[in-house]
Design a binder for this molecule. Sequence first.
Ligand code: HEM
Length: 448
Amino acid sequence: MPGKTLSPWTLSWFGSAMIALVLALVLALALDIGPGGFDRPEALAVVHLFALGWLAQVMLGALVQFVPVLAARPLAHARLALPALLAVSCGTLALAGGFLGLNGLATLRPFFLLGPALLGAGFAMLTVMILATLVTRQTLRLAEVRMVMLALVGLAGLWLSGVAMVLTLEGSGVVVDLSQALPLHLLFGIGGFLTVAAFGVSYKLFAMFLIAPEGASWQRHAVFALAALMAGLLLGGLALLAAGGRVMPVLIGVSAVSVAGCGLYLHDVRRLWRARRRPVPEVNMAWSRVALGFLALAVLLMPLAVLQGGALAEAGVFAALVGWLSTLTLSQMIRITAFLTWIQVFAPLIGRRKVPLVQQLTQPRRAAWALALWSLSAGAAALCLLAGAHVGFRLALGGLLIAALLILSELVAIRSLSHLPKSERPARLPPLILPVFLKPSLQTETQR
Ligand code: HEM
């Protein structure tokens, strides 16, 4: 991949997201959040720290990195990357603070409106960067490019449904039925935005890491068509919500379309897996398979969750956010961080000195242990939510926190090149999460 298409802020997005992940898990343990208690104001704050601070930030950072690769051209309006990062991270903190304000902390109430405003500004800047980079006559033919664009529709729907609920809770003139808005909000966030974006990016990443043929299959086009149908249904649901109608028929339609779409996606990934030229997949791909298992579980729970709600809905949402999206993200993040570090530090030295392989920057066994603990804890926590087992859920949360800290330490080790023998490390290390241009000494060293 040409170094020119690398976005300098990707690792800052990843760093900010990892901080939010650890913070959300620590707070979930400290505030004793468990089965049946996710609608408490402090639980809503933690849920959004996790969903927006961790998952949405890491996904948006990954999009800023991969959109130029998908379009094979540099990122448009790249200067917006830093303001967008600041708006999304501050917006997430403000929204979380605003939720705490619902608990009677009046000083925090203004943050409840500030959060969505900042998030909206951040999402708008990202949308401009992504669309201006992606939209060309050649790229629009690619199903994965169209999927990333569709994910932006999901992001817009997520924001609109969230804003409608914030305005309702604030007692402004806008009033929506929260019991109708909430399922639409969840489906926009988990399905329409995060999962559709993950599908688009994973098609490219999986083919790259498995060394498999990239050509689009009929399944890929069908997955896109079903994702577009889901987005259409959800937008129809928003219109119904605004008109005061019942959204249940929409939710049932979205469940049916999601089961079919995810089934076809999994079938397509299996085809890629079988066509791979890398005989033994690396650790990121081995654990992405577990994430795909969680995707199957979450989507199978979805029709039941829509019809019955309660523990089934909690377990389904948890399996999707923590099992599917987080396991996929954590396993790929290790490999992507190693790759970006290699590009930053060693690519300029090719031909001038012996350079290590990307794989040498990681410690696969340590990463595999951490991902195994994450996956086991995610599965156990989802089961405890189904069974209403509070103590078991807290133990599983502890497992998730330990796994997240282990992965964080592996990411820091990769950035510090500590798995390499001293003789192979450059005299100065790259900055942990800030762009290289803020540490000119490294830039001149690699240019020498
Ligand atoms: C990927 C992003 C997001 C995800 C996955 C997500 C997820 C959730 C979940 C799971 C709940 C309900 C928790 C429960 O009651 O059990 C919720 C509620 C809520 N969300 Fe989000 N959310 C996201 C983004 C947003 C955004 C951007 C906003 C504001 C602009 C927002 C505003 C709200 C509000 C106001 C509620 C409370 C509704 C109530 O009191 O019943 N969310 N969200």
